[in-house]
Design a protein around this ligand. Structure first.
Ligand code: UDP
Length: 245
């Protein structure tokens, strides 16, 4: 069954729940091929509007998950409410749980040296039976691509999680996923940092009321550069409803 998609400022977003995303991944692992997931937040939308290559990657992705309260609020405002917000870190947890159960091999690529390994160990302890195909920081630089593709291929990964931040991780996957042999590739942003405990996640109440972005800004003030597009995002979403009338 095709997954229902809507568009926010022209960028596709799929209306899937966390459970459905994992189920979808399970289908892809079974059937083979290379399938890409992106965890789309408002910064992605604004970046993709300016960057045709990033936009093409999101258009081509098999699943664009609604990550961030800015996406769910915009969808509701535009009259196409989404059922759930699916955060990248929650997806990684849920995929790890399913991988442990179904025997998928998971490769953790990206983040600062040592962080992917730590995140993998945390998940392996939490989900006994999880097979870690490999962990590697590497970098999204083109010169390293061949070597990294070979590593993942030799590791026999079913699922490849890539934490290079957007858009680097998503462009990387679009260029290389098929060559790695992994059946599912996911751009996971800062998920390894949270799981490894390098960066604390916002308390549950803040996430519930939609203030995770504020917590991230307070903990990592350099984010203002990335988040400064958010007011413009809000204005453009409001204008887009007006134009659609
Ligand atoms: N990162 C990396 N190499 C790079 C740039 C980023 O490994 O060249 C990692 C960084 O260490 C972090 C992740 O990519 O683990 C991106 O995190 P961020 O919180 O910026 O992602 P977001 O969730 O905001 O997209």
């Amino acid at each position: 069954m095709p997954i229902p998609a809507l568009r926010i400022l022209g960028i596709p977003i799929h209306d899937v729940t966390l459970d459905e995303a994992v189920e979808q991944a399970a289908g892809w692992v079974k059937e083979g091929g290379a399938h890409q997931m992106a965890t789309v937040n408002p910064e992605f939308v604004m970046a993709a509007r300016r960057d045709p290559a990033f936009r093409a990657v999101l258009e081509g992705a098999d699943l664009c998950l609604p990550d961030g309260v800015g996406i769910t609020l915009a969808a509701r405002y535009l009259g196409r409410p989404l059922r759930e917000r699916v955060a990248g870190v929650d997806l990684v947890e849920a995929l790890a749980a399913r991988a442990a159960q179904d025997g998928w091999r998971v490769f953790f690529l990206g983040a600062a040296p040592g962080v992917a390994g730590r995140a993998a160990s945390v998940l392996a302890a939490r989900y006994p039976g999880l097979t870690v195909a490999g962990t590697y920081a590497g970098s999204p630089r083109r010169e390293e691509e061949e070597e990294i593709v070979q590593r993942v291929r030799e590791a026999g990964a079913d699922v490849l999680l890539v934490a290079y931040g957007a858009p680097a991780q998503d462009l990387w996957l679009a260029r290389n996923l098929a060559r790695t042999g992994a059946k599912v590739g996911v751009g996971v942003g800062g998920a390894f940092d949270y799981i490894a405990g390098v960066v604390p996640r916002a308390p549950r109440w803040m996430r519930r009321v939609g203030l995770e972005w504020l917590y991230r800004l307070i903990r990592q003030p350099w984010r203002w550069r990335r988040q400064r597009v958010l007011p413009l995002y809000a204005i453009q979403v409001i204008l887009s409803r007006w134009k659609a009338r």
